[in-house]
Design a protein. Structure first.
Length: 238
């Protein structure tokens, strides 16, 4: 009798642990999400400058921007058409007039990510560029903004789970989890009398939603097995 009860309990234990393992594996696989990215930029011209919402150097004007959106296959481009004063989904814009002007100054672009939250270290990335070129009144020449294009890797652990305001991908929670993405800024060429967006891209973005620790799953499975065995024992007595 005792041996039979032990064997029955062992079968329940093995079955329960197997079920918990499959749940954990399937849950982890199903929670590989795209990443919701949001933030804003500031910029300034000159050595030791403080980035702000707008900046001017001669006939060259910078205007900042906000951006947001969910990645697709780990990628998102940030480079919508410029609209100085109300830029959106680019990294800001630069405008230049046609007045004669020579440029050889540094430019600093500061990118601040507000989502995902929980970025390791600072969520502010500073990109320094050299602005070179010349503008002539007859619309000849132009300006080149030469950024360091090396991608920067960001890792994060965002525990604030909220609905993705952009809709995201059906069935996925895209505003929380553990993951990473790489971000880089592109060079810019500007013709006299024109306005261009500052652009960049997110690549390799991915995140995995939090799942129960293995020890927690084992305890849960053991508890369920114990409860099942107790119920089974009571049924036999009755």
């Amino acid at each position: 009798m005792i041996l039979s009860v032990i064997k029955g309990a062992a079968r329940y234990l093995v079955l329960g642990l197997a079920v918990m393992f499959l749940i954990a594996v399937n849950q982890k696989a199903a929670k590989a999400d795209e990443v919701f990215i949001a933030g804003f930029t500031n910029g300034c011209y000159g050595l030791g400058c403080t980035p702000g919402a707008s900046a001017t150097a001669g006939g060259l004007v910078f205007s900042n921007s906000t951006f947001s959106g969910t990645t697709a296959n780990g990628f998102r481009g940030i480079g919508a058409a410029p609209n100085p004063g109300s830029n959106f989904n680019n990294l800001g814009s630069m405008s230049i007039n046609t007045a004669p002007q020579n440029y050889n100054i540094p430019f600093t672009l500061q990118v601040t990510f507000t989502a995902p939250q929980g970025i390791n270290g600072s969520n502010q990335a500073t990109f320094t560029a050299t602005v070179t070129g010349s503008v002539f009144s007859d619309n000849q020449g132009g300006v080149f903004v030469d950024f360091d294009n090396t991608p920067l890797l960001f890792t994060f652990n965002d525990t604030n789970c909220e609905p993705d305001p952009t809709g995201g991908r059906p069935g996925q929670m895209t505003t929380c989890g553990v993951g990473s993405f790489s971000f880089s800024v592109n060079d810019v060429s500007i013709d006299p009398g024109s306005t261009v967006p500052l652009t960049g891209q997110i690549v390799g973005a991915n995140q995995t939603s939090a799942v129960p620790e293995p020890a927690t799953l084992i305890l849960l499975g053991t508890g369920l097995v114990g409860l099942s065995a107790k119920i089974r024992s009571r049924r036999r007595k009755s």
